[in-house]
Design a protein around this ligand. Structure first.
Ligand SMILES: Cc1ncc(COP(=O)(O)O)c(C=O)c1O
Length: 423
């Protein structure tokens, strides 16, 4: 066992899972560097976080300048500019009247805040969520998370009043064609809503499942969900913690479907790896959240907000090319893996791409063993790629958004060559 691994296992809690045992010392652009200076192409981006790549000079400069000016004073005590400027910027990027921001440090806290806001203002107790969703690991957010049973084991009972509906997974629906599957999911949703009682505060949904397997909800399903919620006075909370900030080719995925969520939870790609989350809502809704009924010491930290403002500038520059890069990647993968007996589905939007592995393309039995082999063989060829999916059988490709076409081609070439060696 090498030094870092050995020291880590002596002092760091084993509760943290590890995709690899790779030891790194630095990062730059799309690459992480091992202790011996080996360069690894990073297609995991710290789990969809380092949208601007590692240590982007503009982000580093913003962090250094802010750290030399003011690191912390607490927004509950005094006012300072970076969170205000960032909230103004978020309002511009989000549109849809989402102009009032509560900042926190992580995705799970953004979800906690969103749940608490919805319950507080509606004075209702129940929430609707979708199967395979991952919304975080604190006890409130965990109550909404169903992507893996392991996450919930030994923590029950969680908060009551959570109803889990089927996520529209066209690939895994029993119907052979996706148009029929989509219609069926929408009909089932309508039927379910007709039975609802009046005590539902909000629905919480990821427009594309992240941890749950990179499965996109069809736009028509999301639109129907939103209109059913309007009819029943139920708030719509979108979890765009993974899909947000350009990842799927738009600033936010809901914009492509033309939705008007009441609340949106953000984190991950927002600040290039600095710990920042946000719960954003319409001002009229936020104004009903009584002062002091939620809060935190570190929210609105000036350094994380400065990093976010710089990250937004950098992502804004590459945003116009992301959909095209994503289309290129899908075309590349579909051509290279055509007829592969264990590739069940290749899907995604922008730079959020999944390859679902199955041991039989008819029965769609998940092929987790192959997935593990592929990840470790890709790593041996200096490409970092990780998995997702409720069955842990989906290769997830989520590089930094600054990735160039040649870099992406290198990564996809390794993944497809490794897969094609296992036919
Ligand atoms: C969609 C989604 N929601 C919530 C979270 C939780 O975020 P965090 O790990 O920052 O608490 C994640 C993290 O993977 C996520 O992907």
């Amino acid at each position: 066992m090498s030094d870092l691994l050995q020291r880590a296992s002596a002092v760091l809690s084993p509760v943290i899972g590890h995709y690899t045992s790779l030891e790194v010392k630095s990062g730059s652009g799309c690459y992480l560097y091992g202790l011996d200076d080996t360069a690894y192409l990073d297609l995991a981006a710290g789990i969809a976080v380092t949208a601007t790549g590692h240590c982007h000079p503009k982000v580093v400069e913003a962090i250094q300048a802010q750290a030399a000016t003011l690191i912390h004073a607490c927004i509950g005590i005094v006012y300072y500019e970076p969170p205000i400027r960032l909230a103004e910027k978020l309002g511009e990027l989000l549109g849809a009247d989402l102009t009032s921001v509560f900042f926190c440090q992580s995705g799970t806290e953004a979800i906690e805040a969103s749940m608490k806001l919805a319950k507080y203002v509606t004075k209702k107790s129940k929430l609707l969520v979708f199967s395979g969703g991952f919304h975080g690991r604190t006890l409130g957010a965990l109550s909404l998370t169903t992507s893996k049973e392991k996450y919930r084991e030994n923590y029950e009972p969680l908060i009551p009043g959570i109803k889990v509906l089927p996520y529209p997974n066209l690939y895994r629906h029993s119907s052979a064609d996706s148009a029929t599957a989509e219609r069926q999911y929408i009909a089932d949703l309508e039927a379910y809503f007709s039975t609802l009682d009046d005590d539902i505060a909000a629905v919480v949904i990821e427009p594309m499942l992240g941890e749950g397997g990179y499965v996109s909800a069809p736009a028509a399903f999301l639109q129907k969900l939103e209109s059913l919620c309007r009819q029943k006075n139920i708030l719509v909370i979108l979890d765009e913690i993974q899909t947000g900030f350009g990842r799927t080719g738009h600033w936010f995925m809901f914009q492509e479907a033309g939705l008007k969520p009441d609340i949106i939870a953000l984190a991950k790609g927002i600040a290039s790896g600095m710990p920042l989350g946000a719960c954003v809502a319409r001002k009229a809704l936020m104004e009903q959240w009584t002062t002091g009924s939620h809060g935190g010491t570190y929210g609105s930290n000036p350094v994380t907000c400065a990093a976010a403002l710089a990250s937004i500038d950098v992502v804004g520059d590459c945003l116009p090319g992301i959909s095209e890069l994503g289309e290129y990647a899908l075309t590349f993968l579909k051509a290279a893996l055509k007829d592969h007996p264990y590739v069940g589905d290749i899907r995604g939007k922008g730079l959020m791409i999944g390859i679902e592995l199955v041991s039989d393309r008819i029965t769609k039995e998940p092929h987790t063993a192959l997935l593990k082999t592929v990840l470790s063989e890709a790593l041996a060829r200096q490409v970092i790629v990780i998995s997702c999916g409720v069955f842990d059988n989906v290769i997830r490709i989520m590089p930094p958004l600054i990735i160039t076409k040649p870099e992406l081609t290198d990564g996809l070439t390794v993944i497809t060559e490794v897969l094609n060696a296992h036919c």
